[in-house]
Design a protein around this ligand. Sequence first.
Ligand SMILES: Nc1ncnc2c1ncn2[C@@H]1O[C@H](COP(=O)(O)OP(=O)(O)OP(=O)(O)O)[C@@H](O)[C@H]1O
Ligand SMILES: [Mg+2]
Length: 231
Amino acid sequence: MIRLEGIVKEYYMGDVVVRALDSVDVEIQRGEFVSIMGPSGSGKSTLLNVLGVLDQPSAGAYYLEGVDITQLRDRELAKIRNQHFGFIFQAYNLFPELTALENVMVPLMYAGRPRRERRERAEELLNRVGMGHRLHHLPTQLSGGEQQRVAIARALANNPTLLLADEPTGNLATDQGAEIMGILQELNRQGTTVVIVTHDPAITAYGKRLLRLRDGKIISDGPVNQVAQEA
Ligand SMILES: Nc1ncnc2c1ncn2[C@@H]1O[C@H](COP(=O)(O)OP(=O)(O)OP(=O)(O)O)[C@@H](O)[C@H]1O
Ligand SMILES: [Mg+2]
């Protein structure tokens, strides 16, 4: 589904160049569940943002279903982003003034769905993540785990081929984190491809494949039990 070749991402800080990704090659197949680990500053979020086309690489090629998308314009990239990717962040990033239902309806509005369909679909998605009983709550009226479940429902709104999660359990207590991981695992079983960044070795057990980064380079990549043993 996705192939990155020789991806470099550099940030310019005045005269200083920070190389966040250094010649990264990675392939992601449909249906995979990939965990990304590595020390702080190793480039995990940068890699996730490049994968989700939130960020443009400085060099290298990005093939989406065989097509190199690195040369596309912003407008076309935004369209690809909306059609293919769903994002989940550590800080949930819900719209504070909107209810759970309205938060999930936002991407459906951008996708131009009719009002009635937006509501039905949002409700169905919230039911799917066990939040059907909290449709009209504002984010501040929800627990962290509940907010993250709403964020997952929102990420699923446009039926993404790939769900990208950056430390989705980072702000949660262990049991709430386990619930969130259970939902992601179930979504993966139903066919959604999942890539997750985590600090927590226990989280990688939910996935099948583990990719380790250090200093912007991939230092290992393979089945979870195998790669975890190398560490
Ligand atoms: N916008 C930016 N401008 C300059 N440097 C940046 C920027 N974003 C990231 N970096 C640098 O790129 C490197 C990789 O950052 P990244 O956020 O990908 O790390 P990470 O592995 O996600 O770390 P953490 O575990 O702390 O979230 C770091 O050295 C960071 O300081
Ligand atoms: Mg990060």
